[in-house]
Design a protein around this ligand. Structure first.
Ligand SMILES: Cc1cc2nc3c(=O)[nH]c(=O)nc-3n(C[C@H](O)[C@H](O)[C@H](O)COP(=O)(O)OP(=O)(O)OC[C@H]3O[C@@H](n4cnc5c(N)ncnc54)[C@H](O)[C@@H]3O)c2cc1C
Length: 492
């Protein structure tokens, strides 16, 4: 590439460090850079009030590992056969154990999570005693930890440009250095110069259906998280020669309702392992057959099988088939009260007796199973057989197909109902490959000069995931990225 091809004649703005994306990773990078005396600028795609990405809508916990040795063992075990270089694991383990100290040092208030106690996702793996989950401040839930993170930026008057999505990286054709970002603001292109470097913290590709098809092996999948994460960082990094990693790993799938009126998914009470509404329910694939234990407590979408863990199958389209006892027992939607998405996404109200959803066609109804099957395009004989088999298993006291024990009730009381379900996820883990300095690297392992990343964009999670580990990693690698950018020699 010739230097002149990509280099703008003039710059609209400049800073020492340009942080692309205002979530937890962006906060950790910008605040750390600021504490080290650098001038940071955040570019954020969402309008003011909707920033924060998945961090804002998350469960608000972050991981602070307790012992570096245990953390090394546990984090290594989480990778299973999908190895991550030992140097990365060491840095990850060391830095994750400093999250509380860092948050305290910048004015936060770490509190150990009591909900649920400990929450070790894989207690049998070596080193699992390192897991300690924290949130900020006395109140757990909603967006409280996020609000603290956000205030750290605001208190320091770090500049944030809202509604200014990064579109591409500006690369010096002669040196390969990343010297700025082309962004969009008020419908026009602006060029923002990075005197020391750029940190991509713009989240995953949860809302990019093409990338979901290409990388997750699913025909479609939706998120319960922020609608603004569209894989922009993946494309931006690829365009300047980045390698990718962990593209097929994601925190999912679960099964949820997706309707055109809303970009994010609705989770159902009946499909949550901890909820037991009255009535009978099974989920079937397009062949009319069950394919999993519908109530299994997956580990962020993974289920055990043949001595390993694999993504729960989600043959699309899937339908939840349920009876009138369940339909009459209260709202099917579980309300997700602790998540702050209501600030980001307008959600239609869910009616107390599910009648509005029936009227909208989100739920189909028929007096007979055969009629229900026809209305959803499934062979009536097969669906009837699946329900009868389930009912026989309930009568006999054992699910002979998948060993389900929870909400073990027959689907008996007509009329019968069907709801189409889609695969849903919290977040993707893949993106540009990074090294232990948080530098984005090329396929040959060489860093792309002055380009860094943190957070779920190219997360370190290659296989299994420990809850609260994403935000834990955001904080750790956000700080690592900022320290290394600040150490760069400034451009003229
Ligand atoms: C419902 C839910 C619950 C979860 N609970 C937890 C939990 O309790 N603990 C945990 O550790 N993890 C949890 N996770 C996962 C975790 O929230 C995310 O992985 C983590 O917050 C990602 O942080 P981030 O900073 O990398 O990205 P995000 O927080 O998603 O921030 C990315 C930001 O970049 C912006 N952006 C996108 N594209 C551009 C662009 N082109 N230019 C500029 N800005 C852009 C977005 O608008 C967004 O503000 C949960 C996820 C969900 C969805």
């Amino acid at each position: 590439m010739e230097p002149s091809i990509n280099m703008p004649d003039t710059w609209d703005m400049e800073a020492d460090i340009i942080v692309v994306g205002f979530g937890a990773a962006g906060v950790a990078a910008a605040v750390t850079a600021h504490e080290l005396g650098a001038d940071a600028l955040i570019l954020e795609k969402a309008p003011e009030g909707q920033e924060g990405g998945n961090t804002r809508v998350a469960g608000q916990g972050y991981l602070n590992t307790s012992s570096a040795d245990s953390a090394i063992a546990y984090l290594t075990a989480l990778c299973g056969p999908y190895t991550v270089p030992e140097t990365m694991i060491r840095v990850w383990a060391d830095e994750m154990g400093k999250n509380n100290d860092w948050l305290t040092s910048v004015g936060g208030d770490p509190q150990e999570h009591q909900h649920p106690p400990m929450g070790i996702e894989f207690p049998d793996l070596p080193g699992s005693d390192c897991v300690h989950k924290f949130h900020d401040g006395p109140t757990y839930g909603y967006s409280y930890t996020w609000f603290r993170f956000e205030s750290l930026v605001k208190e320091r008057s770090i500049r944030v440009c809202y509604e200014t999505p990064g579109r591409s990286l500006i690369q010096n054709g002669a040196t390969g250095e990343i010297v700025g970002v082309r962004a969009e603001q008020d419908g026009r292109e602006i060029c923002v110069k990075a005197r020391k470097g750029v940190v991509l913290t713009c989240g995953g590709f949860e809302n990019n259906q093409q990338m979901i098809q290409d990388y997750l092996g699913l025909p479609y999948c939706y998120t319960s998280g922020s609608p603004y994460n569209e894989g922009d960082g993946v494309s931006m990094a690829m365009a300047v020669g980045a390698d990718l990693w962990h593209m097929n790993n994601f925190a999912g799938p679960s099964m949820a309702l997706k309707v055109p009126d809303c970009p994010t998914t609705f989770s159902m009470q009946a499909l949550h392992y901890s909820k037991e509404p009255a009535g009978g329910m099974i989920v079937v694939g397009p062949d009319g057959r069950r394919f999993t234990d519908e109530k299994f407590k997956t580990r962020h979408g993974k289920i055990p099988g043949n001595g390993t863990w694999k993504a729960m199958p989600t043959p699309c389209p899937m339908h939840m088939i349920f009876d009138d006892t369940m339909m009459s027992s209260g709202p099917l939607y579980d309300g997700e009260p602790s998540h702050g998405w209501t600030q980001v996404v307008e959600r239609p109200e869910w009616s107390d007796d599910n009648s509005a959803e029936l009227k909208k066609g989100w739920i189909k109804k028929s007096d007979t199973l055969a009629g229900l099957a026809e209305s959803i395009g499934i062979d009536p004989g097969v669906l009837t057989d699946s329900v009868e088999r389930w009912n026989r298993d309930v009568d006999a006291g054992a699910d002979t197909e998948f060993g389900r024990t929870l909400m073990f009730e027959g689907v008996r009381q007509g009329p019968f109902y069907a709801m189409e379900l889609s695969p849903s996820m919290l977040n993707t883990q893949g993106g540009p490959r990074r090294n232990e300095k948080a530098q984005i690297v090329r396929p040959d392992g060489a860093p792309i000069p002055r380009l860094y990343s943190a957070g779920e964009l190219g997360s370190i999670y290659s296989y299994l995931y420990q809850g609260t580990g994403n935000i834990g990693e955001c904080l750790a690698f956000g700080r690592i990225a900022a320290r290394n950018v600040v150490a760069e020699t400034p451009l003229n």
